[in-house]
Structures are given as C-alpha cells and as structure tokens.
Design a protein around this ligand. Structure first.
Ligand SMILES: Nc1nc2c(ncn2[C@@H]2O[C@H](COP(=O)(O)OP(=O)(O)OP(=O)(O)O)[C@@H](O)[C@H]2O)c(=O)[nH]1
Ligand SMILES: [Mg+2]
Length: 206
C-alpha cells in the first residue's frame, strides 16, 4: 500500500521563503491569500515546528538562545498556503523597549491580517500555560480568529504530565468555544505529532 504520509510530506516539501517583515504593513500583496501563523513564548519551538512540518531543516531559523526570530517570516507552501513564523513573547532578557516592539508587531499582525485563517499557539509542555499566553488567547478570541494549541517538546516530560497539561488546557478552552479548534502535541526530534498538524494545515489550504 502506498504511504499516505509521503504525499503529505511532498505537499509541504514544495516550499519557498517569501520574506521577513518588521510590520504586517510591509507584507506585499501575495497571490495566495490563505495563511496560518505560529505564535508562543520565546524558545517554545515555533521555528523548529515549521521546519518539521515542511521537512526542510533550515527553512525557519532556530536557536538555543531565546529571541531568535524578531520579524514576521513568511513561507509559501505549494502555491496554496503561507506559513508565518512570528517572534516569541515573554523573553525577560531583551530590553523593555524591544519586548514592547515585538508584542506590538504580533498584536498588529493578528488584529489586521485579513489573510490569517488559523493560529497555532504553542505551549512548552514543561513550562505550561502562563498569563502572557492567556492574554494572547484573549486577543485571538477578541479578533474572532480560529486557533489551535500545540503542546511542544513532549520528549522532555512524562506521559502523565502531557495528560495533565492537555486536560488543564482543555478545561480552560471551555471559555473559548467559538474560536478554539483543537489541541496537538509535538516533538521535532522524532517528529511525533507532526502528521496531525500537517493534516490540519492541508485541510485549511484546500
Ligand atoms: N527537546 C526538544 N527541543 C526542541 C523541540 N523543538 C524545539 N526545540 C529546541 O528549542 C530551542 C528553541 O527552538 P526554536 O524553534 O528556535 O524556538 P522559537 O519558538 O522559534 O524561538 P524564538 O524565535 O526565540 O521565539 C532550540 O534549541 C530547539 O532545538 C522539541 O520538540 N524537543
Ligand atoms: Mg523562532
């Protein structure tokens, strides 16, 4: 039997870097007006997840040091959908001015980007959900945008902790019934959970 995941990987492997932008206003008009973005605390694994989804090791720049991504980075997939890597929030070691600049960049993008169809909000399974994440979920909800949660780095915690975090997030999501869609788990070393996220993006793209 043919491997169905191979087709999914082939879909994502056909990708291109469109550009880096300091504000949503700088993004040029694109032929694809269908977009998904990845947001979350600094170092949660947004850029690594994009590379795992696209099966392209260095498409999005990753780093051990938090604060690597500082602009809006657009990647086009198969002429069907754009994936957007955003800077992280909540990194204490950058200046207050820089932190505020990055939060403004993320907020303005979410509020104003008409092309944006779905938001993946990443939570580090070892850190859990924090106030800044809830502020971000409130913003997404106020904008009536659809979102999913991804619990990242599940290789670092026990199955019991994954279940605990998932259940606690699911009970919080009772407050966001109109906009919350799904919860995923992921780890990018062995690609656990990546197929389910690929399937969701594929569906949004068609
Ligand atoms: N153990 C483990 N480490 C991971 C995983 N995903 C990412 N990392 C590591 O986490 C660190 C941060 O990853 P990035 O993908 O750069 O995180 P980011 O959210 O894009 O960070 P900023 O751009 O700074 O906001 C890197 O050292 C990655 O190798 C994972 O699934 N498991
Ligand atoms: Mg990044």
């Amino acid at each position: 039997m043919a491997n169905p995941n191979k087709n999914l990987n082939n879909f994502f492997i056909s990708n291109n870097f469109i550009g880096s932008f300091n504000t949503y206003r700088d993004i040029p008009e694109l032929k694809i007006n269908n977009e998904c973005c990845f947001i979350g605390r600094s170092n949660v694994g947004k850029s690594s997840l994009i590379n795992a989804i696209t099966k392209t090791k260095k498409l999005a720049k990753t780093s051990k040091t938090p604060g690597r991504t500082q602009s809006i980075n657009l990647f086009e997939i198969n002429n069907k959908i754009n994936l957007v890597d955003l800077p992280g929030y909540g990194f204490a070691k950058v200046s207050k001015v820089m932190r505020e600049k990055l939060i403004t960049l993320i907020e303005e993008y979410i509020r104003n980007r008409c092309n944006l169809n779905h938001i993946f909000l990443l939570i580090d399974s070892k850190v859990g959900i924090k106030d800044l994440d809830i502020d971000m979920i409130d913003l997404i909800n106020d904008c009536s945008k659809k979102f999913s949660i991804v619990l990242t780095k599940i290789d670092k915690v026990s199955k019991k902790q994954i279940d605990y975090e998932s259940n606690s997030i699911l009970s919080l999501m009772e407050n966001y019934k109109e906009t919350f869609e799904n919860i995923f788990v992921s780890e990018t070393k062995k690609n656990n959970g990546i197929i389910d996220i690929q399937k969701t993006i594929y569906k949004i793209s068609h």
